[in-house]
Design a protein. Sequence first.
Length: 341
Amino acid sequence: MTIRMLIAAGAALAATGTVVPALAGESLDAVRERGSLICGVNTGLSGFSAPDSEGVWAGLDVDVCKAVAAAILGDGEAVEFIPSTAQQRFTMLQSGEIDVLSRNTTWTLTRDTALGLNFAGVTFYDGQGFMVPAELGVTSALELDGATVCVQPGTTTELNLADYFRANEMEFDAVVIESFEEVNAAYFAGRCDVYTTDASGLASVRATTAPNPADHVILPEIISKEPLGPVVRHGDDEFLDIVKWVVFALIEAEEKGITQANLDEMLESTDPAVQRLLGVTEGMGEALGLSESWAYDAIAAVGNYGEIFDRNVGPETALGLERGVNDLWTRGGLMYAMPAR
Ligand SMILES: N[C@@H](CCC(=O)N[C@@H](CS)C(=O)NCC(=O)O)C(=O)O
């Protein structure tokens, strides 16, 4: 055998022989049989997941579920949304009541291990902040010694709050309320001096729930890292792979300039990476146990990551968030898709 023949044989193997057909895991089978994805969301956090007056869910976390449903079933509307409080969410996933949790949930070590769950990526890099009534005249979190703080249980928020005050030798009284509606009502009724949660959550609560948003100030300190993303159960690698690669596909679509509007033109692209992602070159779908149009269908349903961000939480929305660290790595942010090949 010549060296040339060896290289050719190796290339052929790399192209075909190494692909092990994906075994359909339990979750994928269940979603297919049911004809819909059951997605756990929150009870109504505008920008991330909230129902409108007709009960139609919208938000960044909602779009992630729609993208997964589109990739599996070819239909982004084939999703049933189940609301959960912070405290209920992990039990719902562990018990099989939901297939995937997409609910501003922070990726932490214990959730990813001891709780029997797997995080499938990061769809929003966040951090915890504080909001106070402007009339208090507070300008820094370090002035909050002795404050009463409204917080929801079962959150990283509650834990970071205690860490931050202890580290800075400050005292606080927590007002711990499970229901989101009630914790908001308590803060706006003046039952606590401070509201703490993820900075995106503060922006959402201030823009959509405050009687007058200008009456509330979000303090400059960000006291934690809150990488938020979709979660699945341990023990179903195929389903984990699917959710993970759908998230990457949405990011890669933005990296490659593929949008909901130009998707069909992009089928003509001569870029091999675009051809692979959109299934023009076959193989990625088969590797995931899905149809070759999985990424095409996901992007057709909700657009690329940047479109999802802008539509739900970006500068033109009520939340008015900048891309910041959620921008693509090529523009100085953290969003980076692993290569689809
Ligand atoms: N990212 C944090 C906090 C998540 C959280 O539950 N935040 C609250 C406050 S923004 C929330 O989403 N509430 C909405 C609800 O309970 O429906 C975590 O994973 O623990």
